[in-house]
Design a protein around this ligand. Structure first.
Ligand code: URA
Length: 238
């Protein structure tokens, strides 16, 4: 949990998506906001976010939001202009109105399922996506045929992807089923896993991200999210 300094009530509620500052002043006038049991009549007062109740409920993630989401197949990670379902359809509508904005740390293709970290913490997004941080991401790839040991060795050493100038950094590649390979990357090029298998003569039929840093997808049901602590992803920064 981040620091909890006292904040102006109108700035706090408006940043959490409850309305413009003017609308927050109206919420106060209508008696919908309480602080330590007392009606909050002045929206400019400085408050401890933990003490605020709106319609008798505590505020939604008042100290910043970090969640793990199990993205199903067919769902896009983009916010604006995407056709069909997006991850924002799986999350509370209030989160679309928060500032700082809520976004996923990196993306998964529409036809890839699995673990996404969704947060309003820009520093955390940077930390999880910048190649220099080398945060590992693991995927379970189902191929159209059994992989050969030679294919896996090439992935482990690094391969040149179509259209790239430098080879991929060495990846982990473990066989976990007749056509299933668990692959671990420390970088995130466009369509990387599918392109890596294509580069060694394989074809990925299904792909699921199963881990980001230390955080496993585990048994989080498809389409569901749960609040997490940063330390679950990168223990040292928690
Ligand atoms: N690699 C892919 O090919 N697709 C993804 O969505 C993620 C990694």
């Amino acid at each position: 949990m981040r620091d909890s300094p006292r904040r102006r009530l109108d700035a706090l509620l408006s940043g959490l998506g409850y309305g413009s500052r003017r609308e927050v002043a109206q919420l106060c006038k209508r008696g919908r906001v309480r602080i330590e049991g007392f009606l909050a009549t002045d929206a400019s007062m400085r408050v401890d976010p933990r003490a605020v109740l709106l319609d008798d409920a505590p505020l939604d993630f008042p100290f910043g939001l970090v969640v793990a989401l199990h993205k199903p197949l067919g769902v896009a990670c983009t916010r604006a202009g995407a056709e069909g379902q997006t991850i924002f359809d799986l999350l509370p509508p209030l989160w679309r109105k928060r500032h700082p904005k809520v976004a996923s740390a990196g993306r998964l293709d529409r036809d890839t399922s699995g673990l996404l970290v969704v947060t309003d913490d820009g520093k955390l997004i940077h930390r999880l996506t910048t190649p220099s941080a080398k945060v590992e991401k693991s995927y379970q790839a189902t191929l159209d045929a059994s992989p050969t040991e030679e294919m896996l060795e090439r992935l482990r050493h690094g391969v040149l992807l179509d259209g790239e100038r430098s080879a991929t950094v060495p990846a982990g590649a473990i066989v976990v089923g007749p056509r299933e390979v668990q692959i671990t990357l420390r970088e995130g090029k466009y369509h990387q896993v599918r392109r890596m298998f294509a580069a060694v003569g394989g074809h990925v039929e299904a792909l699921c991200r199963i881990r980001i840093g230390a955080l496993p997808l585990g048994d989080l049901p498809r389409g569901h999210w749960r609040a997490i602590a940063e330390a679950e992803i990168i223990p040292a920064i928690g």
